[in-house]
Write a protein that binds this ligand. Sequence first.
Ligand SMILES: Nc1nc2c(ncn2[C@@H]2O[C@H](COP(=O)(O)OP(=O)(O)OP(=O)(O)O)[C@@H](O)[C@H]2O)c(=O)[nH]1
Ligand SMILES: [Mg+2]
Length: 438
Amino acid sequence: MNIVESNTIQKTILVYLEVDSLYESQKLENGYEEFKSLALSSGLLIKNSLKFSQKSPVINTFISKGKLEKLKDLVFESDVDLIIINHQLSASQTRNLEKYLDKRVIDKTELILDIFATRATSHIGKLQVELAQLNHLSTRLIRGWTHLERQKGGIGLRGPGETQLETDRRLIGKRIKRLNLRLEKSHKQREINRYSRKKSRNKLVALVGYTNAGKTTLFNKLTKSSQIAEDKLFATLDSVTRKNTNPDHGPILFSDTVGFISDLPTQLIESFKATLDELKSADMLLHILDISDVDHKTKIIEVNNILEELGVSNIPQIIVNNKCDLIENSKIKSLKKRKKDQVFISAENENEFKNLRSVINKRLFNGVFKGWVSMENNLGNVRSILFDMGCVKEEKVSESGKMFANISIGNNELNQFIDMKGFELCHVEDILLETSTT
Ligand SMILES: Nc1nc2c(ncn2[C@@H]2O[C@H](COP(=O)(O)OP(=O)(O)OP(=O)(O)O)[C@@H](O)[C@H]2O)c(=O)[nH]1
Ligand SMILES: [Mg+2]
């Protein structure tokens, strides 16, 4: 049930705190804007906001006493249903705040879970979000909800949470177990497996990065797909894998994944691990970033932290600076000089992909060989491997049964055949000669 359907557009106060002691990495300059986008993505009506900084969180209420009084006044003045805090709160902090303010209070985790609940479309996506919500809920069950009994419904309680709230821990535990089993089963059936079988012949390149960086836009161009790419947070929830369509590449599967965000709730990382497992089998990651974003440096660190948490930080990465069209040419030029191992593109303009493609080829395949090879007729198995890899562009057979194939293949892959007896690199003239004389 979403907010509009339930006829109760939730009126909200956003509380944005900068807590000095919690910033391990740099803080986001546009952190408030990101927080606001999250709230708007959830369909909330923002009536008011309060921004302030604090040295460290207060144990009982997270927010310090003076600021809390200010917030209480604001709640009193504004007709609101909900207060959202841009941090993760403990169950007792939430409860104390709700008691003091006499309003529902939700934290960033619940807000993100809510967005995921409204965005999930696939069977697996829905199961994953439900699992994350229930895991979150199970940590909250100790708090008494009776003080807000009359305010049930709406954000934070959408989806499975609504019916589960009244059930006890044991039932939730059971449901979590069942969901885990169902997820496991769905994953087994999923196309990933089909791809992983094929993968032995194909390289898997996964696009990762902060939400809204342009991963799906690039993925669509690389694979001629039409996944939804939008200017909103978490446009993509389900991983999608497709074969590369460009003849300049060797055999590659590209995989588009869910975007990351700073302080991504651990429950979500846990639940999405199954989908993100695909990352583990990736041969290379394209780490896409929005170079026009003032916070891009901090976001690179955030993304790398999450990759580490997922156990994939050892996979080779190419940093792809996207949205170059949004910054001055001179700046791009100087960046290119300083960051020679990185790639600079505008995902919307395919004409600029030449360098990206050549860097991918170089790193994955040690460059790509394009040309004709000949195989004696006892090398039928090599021929079928080449076809499986999707390397063969054209084929000819002489009357004696000698096979000729025009292939596009990574040098590393080619090396496994090159020393075989009966396998040769050849010129197009040789083929004409042999196929016409025999
Ligand atoms: N100007 C400009 N806009 C871009 C470029 N690449 C992507 N965009 C826009 O940026 C927005 C986000 O793009 P997506 O491809 O959905 O981003 P994403 O990384 O897949 O986002 P999530 O799925 O939310 O993680 C869309 O409005 C795109 O049109 C680019 O090179 N230049
Ligand atoms: Mg996307």
